[in-house]
Write a protein that binds this ligand. Structure first.
Ligand SMILES: Cc1cc2nc3c(=O)[nH]c(=O)nc-3n(C[C@H](O)[C@H](O)[C@H](O)COP(=O)(O)O)c2cc1C
Length: 123
């Protein structure tokens, strides 16, 4: 096994190699905090680089919890059309791509949501 051996994932997907781009804070959201041409261009270039897995930076699900002015937000108000909501499949390589939608509890959100009837949990 080396860096260029494919990796089968438990859910059935296959990464073409073991090269992964770690999450980075792109800060390239367009108007309305939506992904636009700049972030599409960036991910297209990264995909062409041949890494087996591209992990995105933060994609917030609540616009009250921005990590930076250019953070992408995909919340209930975001358009669902692919052209507005993301770059779509990469052109070549990067068969594995992840969209990070998590936020470390207690960092960007001071309190965790709680089920109805239960008090919120702090970080
Ligand atoms: C959402 C998110 C954004 C990140 N942004 C950056 C970044 O802009 N620059 C950076 O050097 N590391 C960033 N990191 C950390 C890297 O993804 C990575 O964890 C770090 O470079 C350490 O690598 P390692 O986990 O392989 O040790 C970010 C991590 C997360 C989860």
């Amino acid at each position: 096994m080396d860096l260029f051996t494919p990796l089968d994932l438990p859910h059935g997907g296959r990464l073409p190699n073991r090269l992964a781009k770690a999450a980075m804070e792109e800060g390239l959201a367009g108007p309305g905090q939506l992904p636009g041409e700049r972030i599409e261009h960036l991910y297209r270039r990264w995909a062409q680089g041949g890494a087996g897995l591209l992990i995105t930076g933060n994609v917030m699900v609540d616009r009250r919890a921005l990590t930076a002015p250019g953070t992408v937000v995909l919340d209930a108000h975001a358009p669902s059309a692919p052209s507005a909501a993301g770059p779509g499949p990469p052109p070549r390589a990067a068969a594995g791509s992840g969209c990070r939608s998590t936020t470390p509890a207690g960092r960007s959100a001071p309190r965790c949501p709680a089920p109805p009837g239960r008090p919120p949990r702090s970080g």
